[in-house]
Design a protein around this ligand. Sequence first.
Ligand SMILES: *Cc1c(COP(=O)(O)O)cnc(C)c1O
Length: 394
Amino acid sequence: MAEKDDQEWGFATRAVRAGRRPTAEDEHSEPIFATSSFTCESAAEAAARFAGTSPGNLYSRFTNPTVRAFEERLAALEGCEHCVAFASGMSAILATCLATLKTGDHVIASRGIFGTTVLLFQNIFGRFGVDTTFVPLTDYAAWERAFRPNTKLLFIETPSNPLTEVADIRRLADLAHAHKALLAVDNCFCTPALQLPFRFGADLVIHSATKYIDGQGRCVGGAVLGNGELISKDVYGVLRTAGPTMSPFNAWVFLKGLETLALRMKAHSSNALDLARWLERQRGVRKVHHPGLASHPQHELARRQQADFGGILAFELERGKDAAWRLIDATQIISITANLGDAKTTITHPATTTHGRLTPEQRRESGITDGLVRLSVGLEDVTDLKADLARGLA
Ligand SMILES: *Cc1c(COP(=O)(O)O)cnc(C)c1O
């Protein structure tokens, strides 16, 4: 858990300096506190820390200075009071649900969300009596119709995975609040460098730090951000009691990742838009999904809501799964892996990997066709990426 600080600085300065607290050793780079517990001066001090009346560290399940530095820096970038780091993006989503829902509650989530998040809501929370309705991300009438008296949480990703649909965060926040529900935004695809959901009324922001925050595919981690006791008491309480803790080493990697985040997001966005425009002109490509394209149905909204369009794109091949697999297998540079947000460009066939556990019906509803290929565009020379894809398109 972290208090916000340094909000008067610009984004780039916060990304490099927020949360920095040099120790008595005067180190310049933030240290890794590889310790599971912390000592106290006296029995009285130990009692005070356990009671919460003294602020010192106790035990790294819930207090570690390296993790705290990461939390403070990310909170400073999203522009909110508190951040709680977690062991993974999924445990951040799990903690959000455990902190805000109880048996008998109802959730509305968008259809295009990360496949594992769908399974978390349906298979795990379904067993505990929490019902989830899935609606198309941009069909606002469907969101309105889905409300029940017990609806407590709205959950979205924007842009969505893998079709990059863009939701109007302000509109969904207003809708949630009119029904006394909370809006949670999984901000994994944009990161705070490109999108600040709190400015549009979101109540909770969730991250898989595994993706762009790390940016080089090394560590798994996540975070939940927001204001007030919702985060400092409820979400933090889940971490402290249930223990899906981020390791100090991973926190240090993510902390360093934040220092270059804005630069990387700019380069990912520019490479992706270049590739998307090029793909639109290739034979055998039926459709390209990227918010930066004028052909994207929410292009104007993305312009207003985001600082840039991001590094993810998807495209549909006319000849279905065989053509998609052939294209993937013909690549020599691009990595075949489901991870995204890496400096290395990655390629995925969603229908048989990330969305493979969904039923064919669910895949159809989510627009995951057999010919769909997703690219997480990395930081290589875009000319080399085009040549790599051209081989499989030929
Ligand atoms: C990867 C991902 C997650 C899950 O994060 P992990 O760190 O893999 O647990 C959640 N949401 C989105 C949008 C993701 O891409």
